[in-house]
Write a protein of this length. Structure first.
Length: 118
């Protein structure tokens, strides 16, 4: 199983970044996909989730209207489009795959750094 994130970097406040997560080794279309982030000294935070079919999305309040999560089940990818970035968005962003069978199954990527700064 692999989840490989890309697209992080340094951006000025107000700018945009597009994060991608490429999945392999499991049945991607059967898993809900999420982006989490963790800033230094803070707890990991759930940023956005998209259901397995892509029919429903949810966001933490601080990113609503600025971030958009999407997925392509044919390409086994999930993306996070981040607009109007703020310094408080600075964190390591990680991709997560989740499915509940008899027990919950979670897969994680290694993370990609996003820094919003002048």
């Amino acid at each position: 199983v692999q989840l490989v994130e890309s697209g992080g970097g340094l951006v000025q406040p107000g700018g945009s970044l597009r994060l991608s997560c490429a999945a392999s080794g499991f049945t991607f279309r059967s898993y809900d996909m999420s982006w989490y982030r963790q800033a230094p000294g803070k707890e990991r935070e759930l940023v956005a989730t998209i259901t397995s079919t892509g029919g429903s999305t949810s966001y933490t309040d601080s990113v609503k209207g600025r971030f958009t999560i999407s997925r392509d089940n044919a390409k086994n990818t999930v993306t996070l489009q981040m607009n109007s970035l703020k310094p408080e968005d600075t964190a390591v962003y990680s991709c997560n795959a989740y499915r509940k069978l008899l027990v919950p199954i979670n897969y994680w990527g290694q993370g990609t750094q996003v820094t919003v700064s002048t």
